[in-house]
Design a binder for this molecule. Structure first.
Ligand code: NAP
Length: 260
């Protein structure tokens, strides 16, 4: 059976673990040749080895422009220019706006926002030359509402959302579709490391329509759709994969509503 990404070369940043690693697995299963790019070399190499011949690992700090140029050129030599870029690498820094240090705010912006821009800046020319390409920016529900205690992260994701719109305009007419995915709470180390593991029965989870964390594969499936030709008319689109988290709290509904 034909894969949904047969023949494509997909570069996935932050691919050594979490959603990026799952995206690499899903894309490879759909026929893509995947490049796992990260700063976690041992983990990234292990994921690539596990996937097999259709995956390679490359060290890439997304905030380093020279590293982007080198990796993109290396992929073109190894296989061919990148067809699909998943701007997935990201960091979360906990801290209220009054407590944040400038260098922490800048680090978050450098990775979550500038890193994604450098990705599109270095990969889009090859896509334009091919006449076709797809870029998916992994935003967050933090780009749909406020982010209490993680303001630098929220600001970076709102900015990435804005970048997606302009990139879709500037690149769309040249054959490159740029779209975004907005995950809710996903069961990855990003949540574990910063907030301690939260069970599915915590208040943050039980007040939403789908009362559990997302599996990383559920986010990867949205990226797969946007990266594939099935999304050939999507340009600057936003897919929210949050289990209904941003719908609002059911506690705000009138008495007598379901679950109140
Ligand atoms: P994760 O498990 O922390 O994975 C992120 C990966 O990116 C890690 O391997 C990380 O390595 C890597 N990375 C960090 N800085 C990098 C850099 N400068 N260059 C290259 N790679 C770098 O997180 P995740 O949950 O899979 O998150 C993936 C994306 O989804 C992120 O953009 C995140 O903001 C977004 N997201 C996550 C959630 C969630 O609930 N998990 C919700 C909404 C959106 P290190 O460990 O060394 O930092």
């Amino acid at each position: 059976m034909a894969g949904r990404l047969d023949g494509k070369v997909a570069l996935i940043t932050g691919g050594a673990r979490g959603q990026g690693a799952e995206t690499a697995r899903v894309f490879a299963a759909e026929g893509a040749r995947v490049v796992i790019a990260d700063i976690l070399d041992a983990e990234g190499k292990a994921i690539a080895a596990d996937i097999g011949a259709s995956a390679i690992y490359r060290t890439l700090d997304v905030s380093d422009e020279a590293a982007w140029s080198a990796v993109v050129a290396d992929i073109a030599d190894h296989w061919e220019p990148v067809d699909i870029l998943i701007n997935n690498a990201g960091i979360l820094h906990a801290g209220t706006l009054l407590d944040l240090a400038r260098e922490d705010f800048e680090r978050v912006l450098n990775i979550n926002l500038i890193g994604a821009w450098l990705g599109l800046k270095t990969t889009a020319p090859g896509m334009i030359e091919k006449g076709k390409g797809a870029i998916v920016n992994i935003c967050s529900i933090g780009a749909l509402c406020g982010m209490n205690g993680t303001g630098a992260y929220g600001a970076s994701k709102w900015a990435l959302r804005g970048l997606t719109k302009t990139a879709a305009m500037e690149l769309g007419f040249q054959g490159v579709r740029v779209n975004a995915v907005f995950p809710g709470a996903v069961n990855t180390e990003m949540n574990d490391a910063n907030r301690k593991p939260m069970p599915d029965d915590t208040p943050q989870i039980i007040t939403r329509p789908i009362q559990r964390f997302a599996d990383p594969e559920e986010i990867a499936r949205a990226s797969l759709f946007l990266a594939s030709d099935e999304a050939s008319y999507l340009c600057g689109a936003e897919i929210v994969v949050d289990g209904g988290l941003t719908l609002g709290s059911y506690k705000d509904f009138l008495p007598g509503s379901p679950n109140v």
